[in-house]
Design a protein around this ligand. Structure first.
Ligand code: S3P
Length: 169
């Protein structure tokens, strides 16, 4: 798998809670290449949390920064890059992602996603009156776009290792 990848990046896309970071980290380890999470990189360069960035500058500014960070991360492959849930949905960012590597969509159903994001308070987009409904709306809007990915892996109740093997295969 490592040889087949060449200098291309492997980019994980999908909704919050799908497991992009966990699966990305393990896949990178298996391939022996670096792993980077775009949200972490955004937090590092801005020296702010995603929550604070949204609060201080709003989503549009966040997306502009996200585009720049992801573009730069993809410049020196091969890497495994996990992206924030909205990255691939942004037309500009999507262009860079499609140019920069192979895309893997971690697809999960609403119950699985909800179970995972529900416990944390780090998703500004879900600070709504009915966050579960918001998540469902995001699913409906985004799934047709994620579906363009080169590879779709179902994120479900199997061992993470099994999902990593699917990606590598
Ligand atoms: C977002 C997902 C988050 C983060 C930001 C916006 C989105 O990343 O980038 O809160 O638009 O879905 P995760 O998918 O890693 O939670």
């Amino acid at each position: 798998a490592r040889a087949a990848l060449g200098k291309r990046n492997l980019v994980l896309i999908g909704l919050m809670g799908a497991g992009k970071s966990a699966i990305g980290r393990m896949t990178a380890q298996a391939l022996g290449i670096p792993f980077i999470d775009s949200d972490h990189e955004i937090e590092r360069v801005s020296r702010m949390s995603i929550t604070d960035l949204f609060a201080a500058y709003g989503e549009a500014e966040f997306r502009a920064l996200e585009t720049r960070v992801i573009k730069r991360l993809l410049r020196s492959g091969p890497r495994v890059v996990s992206t924030g849930g909205g990255a691939y949905i942004n037309e500009n960012t999507r262009k860079h992602i499609r140019r920069g590597g192979l895309t893997v969509w971690l697809k999960a159903d609403l119950d699985v996603l909800w179970e995972r994001v529900n416990k944390r308070d780090t998703r500004p987009l879900l600070k709504t009156e009915n966050p579960r409904q918001t998540l469902e709306n995001l699913m409906n809007a985004r799934y047709p776009i994620y579906a363009e990915a080169d590879l779709t892996v179902l994120s479900r109740d199997v061992k993470k290792e099994t999902m990593v093997e699917e990606v590598l295969a």
